[in-house]
Design a binder for this molecule. Structure first.
Ligand SMILES: *Cc1c(COP(=O)(O)O)cnc(C)c1O
Length: 360
């Protein structure tokens, strides 16, 4: 598939298309009549592929997007008077329009800080222990994002410590794994090391950003918590009638190994992109590049010059900060093109101050 240079490509990993392996499995699934609502061979095969992937007998559900996956998972762990503790940058807090609170009928989200997008343990403990009276929403869930919203990853040891922290405070552990595959690829460990072995009760596993058209899997390692989850999905409008089309791409991506291949490629591209960005002295990295995102600080005039040149990237994290994302579809030659253009623009607009003073 030949695609032209598109200056939107670093804006988000969900700007990418459908990867060939996911496309092929959709084509294979598109044969004749098949039972609906998940009562079909593709759904069974996808659930089993995920069980093999995690090396455990987990309960699996397929939904349309990450917001539904996260908020329905959280709702199944809490009652309305409970609370969920997560990082202040967590997607469930900043980017889901209150869906977690909505689907759990009012469960409150309590925020904790932490460097590089990772939760601070003491802040979690403080949030749990600062009150024990009936007037405070009872903490019930700890939610972490892997890879984090700031492009970093929790190591297996860090996750195991979080699992212990959760157990110590009698909290369920939820993981937003919209980019779980990128974390796996970055750490080169087994899926079980970053999930149930570390104490994760339920994982929302992202397919969309990895290369599917649509779809996330909700994976319950704690099977009891999955009770009646199918009803939640149905009520929330998340039960696909032609379920085979949500399930088949998981079969394609897992059985072919493309899931990890896509993530490795995206992560590698992020490393290359970071090198290009850091070739300009005025640009500084603000978080380590451990998955498929690059977060940098850059001079405002250079940011404006890049935007004027047509490059689209997000600056939501604060003034002078920019996020660049890579995906399975990012091409190395486009990263080099970006780097060349960046250096030209930087040479024009980041003159040393002495020059500007000399030539007012
Ligand atoms: C993209 C993303 C999601 C899913 O978002 P939807 O748009 O609802 O599919 C969830 N969590 C994180 C951290 C994400 O980046």
């Amino acid at each position: 598939m030949e695609i032209a240079l598109n200056k939107n490509m670093f804006a988000s990993d969900n700007y990418s298309g459908i990867c060939p392996e996911a496309w092929q499995s959709l084509e294979e699934a598109n044969q004749g009549f098949v039972n609906s609502y998940g009562d079909d061979a593709w759904t069974t095969r996808a659930c089993n592929a995920l069980r093999d992937f995690f090396e455990v007998d987990c309960q699996v559900f397929f939904v349309f997007n990450g917001t539904a996956a996260n908020s329905l998972a959280i709702a199944s762990l809490c009652r309305s008077y409970h609370s969920v503790i997560c990082h202040e940058m967590a997607h469930v807090e900043t980017d889901e329009c209150g869906a977690g609170e909505f689907f759990s009928n009012g469960t409150k989200i309590l925020l904790v800080p932490g460097a590089d997008g990772k939760i601070d343990h003491q802040a979690v403990t403080h949030t749990v222990q600062r009150r024990s009276d009936i007037h405070y929403p009872k903490p019930k869930v700890l939610s972490v994002t892997q890879a984090t919203e700031l492009g970093t990853v929790y190591s297996p040891d860090e996750l195991t410590a979080i699992g212990e922290l959760a157990r110590q405070h009698e909290l369920y552990l939820h993981m937003d794994g919209a980019r779980f595959a990128n974390a796996l690829a970055g750490l080169k460990v087994n899926p079980k090391d970053l999930s149930w072995q570390a104490g994760v009760d339920v994982l929302t596993f992202g397919g969309t950003k990895n290369g599917m058209a649509v779809g996330e899997a909700v994976v319950f390692f704690n099977r009891q918590l999955a009770q009646e989850f199918d009803y939640r999905c149905k009520q929330a409008g998340q039960l696909a009638s032609k379920m085979r089309y949500l399930a088949a791409p998981w079969v394609g991506l897992i059985e072919s190994g493309a899931l990890l291949k896509n993530a490795l490629h995206a992560n590698h591209c992020a490393q290359l992109l970071a090198e290009e960005l850091l070739s300009v002295a005025e640009i500084k990295l603000i978080h380590p590049v451990q998955a498929n995102a690059v977060f940098v600080q850059l001079p405002l005039n250079l940011m404006t010059a890049l935007h004027h040149a047509g490059w689209h990237f997000y600056t939501f994290i604060g003034s002078g900060h920019a996020r660049f994302m890579c995906s399975w579809q990012t091409r190395q030659e486009d990263i080099r093109t970006f780097g060349n253009e960046l250096r030209t623009l930087a040479a024009d607009c980041c003159q040393p101050l002495t020059n500007q003073v000399r030539n007012p």
